[in-house]
Design a protein around this ligand. Structure first.
Ligand code: SAM
Ligand code: SF4
Length: 332
């Protein structure tokens, strides 16, 4: 089987899979309070998702990240991960990981570690219980902290993701760096991206990470590192804590030249770029027959039109999101 090389010579080695667009939280930058989710009837079964993931693994994908929505609220998810882990055992997959809101980790951290998951990303936007509840609309910080303790006991490495929100968690960044240092977590700050209608005005939430970085550098020493994931994060090491600090800046920095990833939705649509609307249907070819020939043809055609880059904009007078689907559809 041939590798997946796009028209710009970039090899696709990383598949992100949104296993569900549903979530037990309603984060203010991610979802509106009253979300309409994809019809359940359109969902790929976990067996079908396994088939698509395995087809990608055969074509050279060596990293899979499960995301959502909240991946750990999909029924049967642990059985699915257990099955997928055969590709870790065979050596075809170097990493199987997930991004989670952490609310279900107390229940599942040990299962994940048993499946060969080594590291996870957990989203925590505030360490203040009231603010955390406000940001997630429905979440309780103590559930996530309990989940993080379980992850630690299970031996999982943790990276915390925090979305930088203007006038909301700006005053907590130093505290978060300290906390992550004390707990042994890496930390990444994310700029809000214009994905989907969410209710509040995005410009009100948008805080450029160039500003955040400047403020952080006034207090902490950030040493350069060549650590890269092929994604939009630029990493430094905080000298005082020894932990990595990343900045995901899709709006202020262009990271597309090194893009190695594509994204699959829970209904079998493949997005070749997080910041574009174009997608390819893999569900039809998948359901079209027992063999993976049609599926592989559809994957080839999709990779053949992976765009050079995204066109995100957040600007005054442009209230409509650049991309109409929510982050929970394609996964963060
Ligand atoms: N539910 C899981 C979680 O919260 O980690 C996984 C899915 S969530 C969509 C993945 C990441 O995307 C989270 O870190 C979240 O903070 C981030 N995110 C969601 N909507 C975003 C937006 N509009 N701009 C920037 N980041 C966003
Ligand atoms: Fe759910 Fe994650 Fe979106 Fe928050 S960011 S609503 S936890 S999918």
């Amino acid at each position: 089987m041939t590798d997946l090389i796009d028209p710009f010579g970039r090899q696709v080695t990383y598949l992100r899979v949104s296993v569900t667009d549903r979530c037990n939280y309603r984060c203010v930058y991610c979802m509106s309070e009253n979300m309409t989710f994809l019809p359940k009837a359109d969902l790929l079964s976990l067996e079908e998702l396994d088939r698509v993931c395995s087809a990608f693994v055969e074509r050279g994908v060596d990293k899979i990240r499960l995301t959502g929505g909240e991946p750990l609220v999909r029924r049967g998810i642990i059985t699915f991960i257990e099955r997928l882990s055969r590709h870790l055992k065979s050596g075809a997959l170097k990493e199987l990981t997930l991004t989670t809101n952490g609310s279900q980790l107390a229940k599942y951290a040990k299962n994940l570690a048993d499946c060969g998951v080594k590291r996870i990303n957990v989203s925590v936007d505030s360490l203040d219980p009231a603010k955390f509840h406000e940001a997630t609309r429905w979440g309780q910080l103590e559930d996530v902290l309990g989940g993080l303790s379980a992850a630690k006991r299970a031996g999982l490495d943790v990276k915390i993701n925090a979305v930088a929100l203007k006038d909301f968690n700006e005053d907590e960044f130093d505290r978060m760096i300290e906390w992550c240092g004390a707990e042994g977590y890496d930390l990444t700050f994310i700029e809000t991206m214009p994905l989907g209608e969410i209710g509040p005005d995005r410009l009100e939430q948008y805080l450029p990470l160039s500003v955040v970085r400047e403020r952080i550098e006034a207090r902490w020493t950030l040493d350069g590192t060549d650590y890269r994931t092929g994604g939009p994060a630029a990493y430094s090491v905080v000298r005082e804590t020894g932990k990595r600090l990343g900045f995901i800046t899709p709006l202020t920095h262009n990271f597309c030249e090194s893009c190695n990833r594509v994204r699959l939705t829970c209904t079998g649509q493949l997005y070749m770029c997080l910041g574009q609307d174009d997608c390819a249907d893999l569900r039809g070819p998948l359901r079209g027959g027992e063999s993976d020939t049609a599926l592989n043809d559809a994957i080839d055609a999709a990779i053949g039109r992976k765009p050079k880059g995204h066109d995100f904009v957040i600007e005054r007078g442009n209230a409509a999101p650049s991309v109409s689907r929510h982050m929970s559809v394609t996964g963060g």
